[in-house]
Ligand binder design. Structure first.
Ligand SMILES: [Fe+2]
Length: 355
């Protein structure tokens, strides 16, 4: 106890504090309450990036750096609460990537798993392990950990998509590896749509063995997913917190399409007001279509944003979210829920705003 009293909590300047700092030691009692808080205290804050502001800045990047020089031309969505951290939430990286007409982004691979959610573009593909996945707005593309991938825009218009990666987790764990393919382009192995034909039809080739734990399907087209949402709208039950919400899964295992990232497509009809909902996972949300208002945070610190098509917002861990849709709204979201559930850490709270 004498030592604790001798340690100057404010200035850390007592003789004892100086001696332990010199020995590369830190007293736990100075941050114990912060680390072992009663509930999560994310550093990320609620934030919304307006596409009307993002897109011109992203297009400006095309005049600043080529895809060949940049390798990947991305403006990272950096959370204002995580300045210098290059992250959208405490655990998720997110960015908007641009490929101009005729550009090619060379083949590489990394241990961080990635997803693409297409915002604009046509006749543009991501090739994953030699399968070209042509991307249209609203399509969801899986790039599993350590899978070769490259991008090409064969259209006359810019292609823009949202990238979300588990790279913060890889860095935390010290498992970050990456490499270039020796040639710019990984050889085409199979025709486009091959993985969906093999694994996405409620059939499985005999002898199939799971690989990395990610879905063997690389492309989840928007039209298929929305068809299900549209069907459920007419025949299913509306969830008071989520509207109609579907998770993208690995059909060979039933779990999330990417082992570390949960992904969802969600429909809210015009005039729908969701009940408050919060979960331990941090989320990145992309507005596919619609407009309205989203309120994020725990009172009295909740903030409300107007949202429009193609905007992106983030919900930090354990922050309530409520949405009021002024128009029919379709949302894509990616979160670290998959990791929380695998580790037995997942918690959620529905419909209660008092904290
Ligand atoms: Fe990559």
């Amino acid at each position: 106890m004498t030592m604790a009293r001798d340690y100057d909590l404010e200035k850390r300047s007592s003789p004892y504090a100086t001696r332990i700092a010199g020995a590369h030691l830190v007293p736990l009692w100075t941050f114990f309450k912060d680390w072992f808080s009663a509930e999560p205290r994310p550093k990320a804050i609620a934030h919304l990036w307006r596409y009307a502001e993002l897109k011109p800045l992203l297009l400006e990047a095309a005049a600043t750096v080529s895809t060949a020089d940049a390798e990947r031309r991305v403006l990272v969505l950096e959370n204002p609460g995580l300045a210098g951290g290059n992250l959208a939430t405490d655990a998720l990286y997110a960015g908007l990537q641009l490929i101009m007409p005729g550009e090619f982004a060379r083949a590489h691979r990394h241990t961080a798993a990635a997803l693409r959610f297409i915002v604009e573009g046509e006749n543009t593909y991501t090739a994953v392990e030699g399968e070209r996945c042509y991307m249209r707005p609203g399509d969801f593309i899986v790039t599993p950990a350590w899978a070769w991938h490259e991008h090409r825009n064969d259209s006359a218009a810019p292609a823009i998509w949202l990238d979300v990666l588990d790279v913060a987790l890889m860095r935390l764990l010290g498992t970050g590896f990456s490499e270039h393919y020796p040639e710019p382009e990984f050889p085409t192995q199979v025709p486009p749509g091959d993985s969906r034909m093999r694994y996405g039809r409620n059939l499985l080739p005999v002898g199939y063995r799971r690989g990395t734990g990610a879905s063997p399907i690389f492309s989840y087209p928007f039209d298929y997913a929305f068809e299900s949402l549209d069907h459920l709208r007419r025949h299913g039950d509306w969830d008071a917190c989520h509207g109609i919400k579907l998770e993208y899964i690995d059909p060979t295992a039933g779990g999330p399409a990417i082992p570390t990232l949960s992904t969802f497509l969600q429909l809210l009809p015009k005039g729908f007001a969701t009940l408050p909902y919060r979960a331990t996972a941090g989320s990145v949300v992309n507005v596919v279509r619609g407009q309205g208002r989203v309120t994020i945070g725990n009172d009295p610190n909740a903030v409300t944003f107007d949202y429009a098509a193609k905007d992106v917002w983030v919900v930090p861990s354990w922050q309530f979210m409520r949405i009021v849709s002024d128009d029919e709204t379709v949302l894509f979201s990616a979160s670290d829920e998959a990791v929380h559930k695998k580790l037995g850490l997942w918690r959620e709270q529905r419909g209660v705003i008092s904290t």
